[in-house]
Design a protein around this ligand. Structure first.
Ligand SMILES: C[S@@+](CC[C@H](N)C(=O)[O-])C[C@H]1O[C@@H](n2cnc3c(N)ncnc32)[C@H](O)[C@@H]1O
Length: 352
């Protein structure tokens, strides 16, 4: 028994407990707009902060106590005021765009809602279906929109060979597992001469996406309810994209083969997947690895298993992804790092 190690581990576990608690409170700070309100304020009392955010003072005061003791906001005990330091603002406010971690922390409450199902699944080996995550689509859409608003047109599309030129002139692009369709709509707006098709098996997401296309007056974008494992089209698209939509598939081989078949002979595929190595040993020093494996256990792996699938997991990683892409027939596979999308690897591949 190494007493120093035991003591250090007690500190680790207390850190886990406080981190979990603060994760929920940061999610609340994001959803209520408290962080955004505080970003524009000088040191203020709980009443002033509650008034600015149009919230109940008693709740705001208790939230501020957690934020202050968690060292997320600064507290002046004499003046009884709180301030969100400028150095912290990017990571917890909407102005931070893809760097806003408070937005991602909404996932903690989402996962907690299915904890009973996941515990049960540990005993049975069964999965937890998408239908058990009613808020997943909206949270995912919010997170990915921040990322793609910043980088899709300027940094990501130019990584695909011929894409800017062909999409400007008029081409066809499909986005598989498109969710609420934000990425596709950004492209449809940027490239009015091209035609865009979004596919997702969530009827709710597809309806939302079609309504949004209508609101934006984008008649070159439409969305269809379809299982990615049954795309069923041949030589139809110049480009196909998937954004975080392969690792949680029940049948990823089948999906990739369908994408390969649906591309035209000179077509290209952009496959965006969570950044990870395929072996746990190589992810040990990744600072977000515990978060990634948790998301996997409680969502990505379990929705795949629920569909009768293999449960690849969020951290299936670069090496396995390269292998799956090659197995599906893709050639010239390259990987790209995107500055505003540090948590993903962007694979670009040719049909032939
Ligand atoms: C992690 S989300 C990504 C959504 C979107 N691409 C984004 O970046 O915001 C995965 C999406 O794939 C969809 N999906 C999962 N399995 C699918 C399947 N077999 N067929 C069609 N869509 C599927 C889900 O409904 C979900 O919208």
């Amino acid at each position: 028994m190494d007493k120093a190690r035991a003591k250090a581990f007690a500190g680790t576990m207390i850190g886990v407990m406080n981190g979990g608690a603060l994760a929920l409170m940061c999610s609340i700070g994001h959803r209520t707009g408290l962080f955004d309100s505080m970003a524009g304020m000088d040191p203020s009392t709980s009443q002033q902060i509650a008034d600015a955010a149009e919230l109940d003072e008693r709740y705001v005061r208790e939230w501020l106590a957690a934020m202050a003791s968690g060292r997320i906001v600064d507290y002046d005990a004499d003046a009884e005021t709180f301030v969100l330091p400028v150095e912290h603002q990017t990571l917890v406010t909407r102005a931070g765009g893809p760097l806003n971690i408070a937005s991602a922390l909404q996932n903690m409450a989402l996962l907690a809602q299915v904890e009973d199902d996941v515990v049960e699944a540990f005993h049975t080996g069964a999965g937890v279906p998408y239908s058990r995550f009613p808020k997943f689509g909206a949270i995912m859409a919010e997170e990915s929109a921040a990322r793609y608003d910043k980088a899709l047109i300027s940094e990501i599309i130019p990584n695909i060979p011929d894409a800017v030129e062909k999409l400007t002139a008029g081409a066809t692009l499909a986005d598989v597992g498109c969710g609420q369709g934000h990425a596709l709509l950004l492209m449809a707006k940027e490239y009015p001469n091209s035609t865009f098709t979004g596919m997702d098996f969530s009827a709710e997401a597809v309806t939302h996406a079609n309504e949004r296309a209508k609101e934006l007056g984008l008649d070159n974008a439409h969305f269809v309810e379809r299982d990615a494992a049954q795309i069923g089209e041949i030589d139809a698209y110049d480009f196909i994209t998937t954004f975080d939509a392969i690792h949680d598939q029940a049948y990823p081989h089948q999906v990739l083969e369908g994408i390969h078949a649906a591309l035209k002979h000179d077509g290209h595929y952009l496959c965006v997947e969570p950044k990870a190595e395929s072996n746990l040993a190589d992810n040990m020093d990744d600072p977000v690895a515990p978060y990634v494996y948790t998301m996997s256990t409680m969502h990505c792996m379990s929705v795949s298993i629920a569909g009768g699938g293999e449960g690849l997991g969020t951290a299936w990683g670069t090496q396995l992804a390269m292998q799956y892409l090659a197995d599906a027939g893709f050639t010239g596979i390259t990987t790209h790092e995107v500055r505003s999308d540090r948590t993903n690897t962007h694979f670009v591949a040719n049909k032939n």
